[in-house]
Design a protein around this ligand. Structure first.
Ligand SMILES: [Zn+2]
Length: 146
């Protein structure tokens, strides 16, 4: 729900799809970026990769690297991807996993939204019932006063 409007979440989504390039771009790695750098839209300094390396610099790779570079085996294992070549979004097994994940997130968000609607409806019905009960009890209370 909020993921589409949160720039950090949107950037992480791009990283999840493309992975990151470090020196020379021979290997693609994955990382969860915890900070946005206002001056750099697609590169980061001081990044901890999923495979444990801490690098001074990482960026979203260019198209040739996204297609041609191998994925880091350790990052693949941690993310349950097969080893191989190309950004996850460019490789059919990984892409199917990304799409399944995004579908699950969408379904979760829809279920949450549905739950919220039902919760609000239940609250409204309860409030109406309480108001009705007060209304029904009022003549009796007034009758006691006389
Ligand atoms: Zn790695």
């Amino acid at each position: 729900m909020s993921d589409t409007t949160d720039p950090a979440a949107e950037m992480q989504r791009l990283i999840d799809a493309d992975w990151l390039q470090i020196d020379g771009g021979r290997l693609l790695h994955h990382a969860t970026i915890t900070h946005i750098e206002p001056d750099y839209e697609t590169e980061w300094h001081g990044v901890r990769l999923d495979c444990g390396q801490r690098v001074e610099w990482a960026c979203i790779p260019g198209i040739l690297t996204r297609i041609g570079a191998r994925r880091c085996a350790a990052c693949c294992e941690i993310n349950s991807y097969p080893t191989g070549k190309g950004s996850p979004i460019n490789e059919h097994v990984c892409r199917a996993m990304i799409e399944a994940y995004e579908t699950a997130i969408r379904e979760r968000d829809m279920a949450l939204e549905m739950h919220k609607i039902q919760f609000e409806r239940a609250n409204r019905i309860e409030a109406e019932r309480d108001a009705l009960r007060v209304e029904l009890e009022r003549p009796l209370l007034e009758g006691d006063d006389e």
